[in-house]
Write a protein that binds this ligand. Structure first.
Ligand code: DC
Length: 517
């Protein structure tokens, strides 16, 4: 039999997250909007549990459970959602949500051989592509080569509150407290189990939904899927999908381990869990990290900071800094953190930072939140907006990357857009001469001769203060970007003002801005 030459295989999306994070409802909505199939893998574990209860098989009798697998089936409800459960040919869709199944399913889901045996079943369902698969271990174990992995999370309080509202309970009553306790207990089981514990895959896009409404989450996930679909390489129509070996690295269906091998404990970067939370207080750990960064900076240069008293004590603030050296976050971060007293600085950092020994730990406990490189812009913007909407302090380098010359380079418009949309105060900060101590391109800093790094904090301002009266959106963004960068330039020596030298309003100190002509 010859296999037909197929069109471009459609995207495969892994959507993981804890109980009640909205995986199913968000997954269904995104799948419907984009014409994808949808499978909630929790149904598989539920179906097997219902079968085991019926057949009197214990939840730890692995050979007995594996023998039951051929007796259930998931069916399409006619819209591409695999939501119908059939057991021995009869409809068991309601039955799998019973209290009895609820009470037994986690014990069954802990059995390594059962999980391994269910892999083949899940691969078969994903194989045609065009599917969004939700669960706990889809990105880590089931589809480690999925085109896109999304990890949907929310704090226990937020998830519990959604359930409490759904059930119309009194949030301060005993029943509401029981909901919170149950969720905490389920989280502990899902995250703590030895086999395929719940965790974000290292290359997953983390979406924390606290404070977002349902439509916002659906919009965001749909945009991530659309972007990943656009980035997916086109298939070579001369090669049939069936003919392709399934174990090549490009196959999204390659299991992390052979299906018949016992599943071992997952390598897990727990720091990412810490970093995904949007905590805002200055804990002892945050203070300690600030202190350590300060010591590290002082080891390489004598650092002087002026204008700390201008740091706003309340409300959303964007700290906007020039970026010329790896030292920048250290020289300014520690002292500004101190000056903020009870609030912490929130930073966005690439996910890979958390894999570094010690430094990764400092990032996670120091307020750095991970963004994925591939979708960094959408994700970073979203996360930054949420930080500001909550009235927190966000650190940004508007230039995006370090300047190779030490002088200001063209900035991106994203910061201006944030300042306009969030109505946050912008605090310009100029870091002078860090590039002389650790220039871009050098592996290590140059502590000798010992130099001075001068950090100047400017006056906070609002985007509204600098907006031209009748600007369209694009002109408004450009005007605000120029104002932000001009005010940073004013805090820098002329050598470092670069492309924003002409945006300086007045000369600072004794030195005149160079004539832009
Ligand atoms: O999402 P849910 O509550 O329907 O999941 C039911 C159970 O199945 C729950 O105990 C977690 C488990 N599960 C799992 O271990 N791996 C998956 N991919 C999906 C669900």
């Amino acid at each position: 039999m010859t296999a037909p030459a197929t069109a471009n295989p459609r995207i495969i999306v892994a959507l993981d997250g804890p109980a009640s994070s909205g995986k199913s409802s968000v997954g269904v909505a995104v799948a419907q909007r984009l014409g994808l199939r949808f499978l909630d893998t929790g149904l598989i574990y539920r179906a097997l549990t219902a079968l085991a209860i019926d057949a009197g098989v214990a939840t730890d009798d692995q050979p007995g459970l594996i023998a039951l697998i051929p007796r259930f089936e998931l069916r399409d409800d006619g819209t591409g959602r695999l939501t119908q459960v059939r057991i021995d040919g009869r409809d068991a869709t309601r039955e799998v949500r019973s209290h009895e199944v609820d009470a037994n399913v986690s014990a069954l889901a802990r059995q390594p051989d059962v999980r391994a045996a269910l892999l083949a079943y899940q691969h078969r369902l994903a194989e045609p592509g065009g599917i969004l698969m939700a669960g706990r271990d889809i990105g880590t174990v089931v589809l480690p080569h999925a085109d896109l992995k999304v990890y949907l999370d929310a704090s226990v309080e937020e998830r519990a509150m959604r359930r409490i509202r759904e059930r119309g309970l009194d949030p301060s009553g005993e029943e509401a407290e029981a909901v919170r306790d149950q969720l905490r207990a389920r989280d502990a089981v899902d995250r703590g189990r030895e086999v395929a514990p719940l965790r974000a895959a290292d290359d997953a896009v983390a979406v924390t939904t606290d404070g977002m409404d349902f439509d916002e989450v659906v919009d965001l996930v749909a945009r991530l899927v659309t972007a990943a679909e656009a980035a997916k390489p086109k298939a070579d129509p001369s090669v049939s999908e069936v003919a392709k070996p399934k174990d090549t690295p490009s196959s999204p269906l390659r299991p992390a381990r052979p299906a018949d091998a016992p599943a071992g404990p997952e390598k897990r970067n727990r720091l990412l869990d810490v970093a995904m939370r949007l905590d805002n207080d200055q804990t002892m750990l945050v203070r300690m990290v600030a202190r350590v960064t300060w010591w590290m900076a002082s080891a390489f240069a004598s650092v002087k900071i002026e204008g700390l008293e201008r740091i706003p004590r309340k409300g959303a603030v964007i700290l906007a800094l020039n970026h010329a050296s790896n030292l920048d976050a250290f020289v300014a971060g520690g002292r500004i953190s101190d000056a903020l007293r009870t609030r912490r600085i929130h930073w966005l950092g690439k996910r890979e930072l958390f894999d570094w020994p010690f430094f990764g730990w400092m990032c996670a406990h120091g307020g750095v939140h991970p963004v994925n490189r591939g979708t960094a812009d959408v994700e970073a913007y979203r996360l930054a907006t949420r930080i500001l909407e909550r009235g927190y302090v966000l650190w940004v380098f508007p230039e995006g990357t370090r300047s190779p010359t030490g002088a200001l380079q063209e900035a991106k418009d994203g910061v201006a857009q944030l300042a306009i949309r969030a109505g946050a105060l912008v605090l310009p900060i100029g870091i002078n001469d860090s590039d002389l101590v650790w220039p871009k391109g050098r592996k290590l800093p140059l502590p000798f001769p010992r130099r001075r790094i001068r950090v100047r904090v400017g006056e906070p301002f609002l985007a509204a203060d600098v907006l031209p009266p009748s600007a369209d959106r694009r002109a408004a963004k450009t005007a605000v970007t120029t104002a932000i960068m001009g005010r940073i330039a004013e805090l820098l020596e002329p050598r470092q003002r670069g492309v924003y030298a002409s945006a300086v309003r007045e000369p600072v100190g004794d030195e005149a801005a160079p004539d832009p002509a």
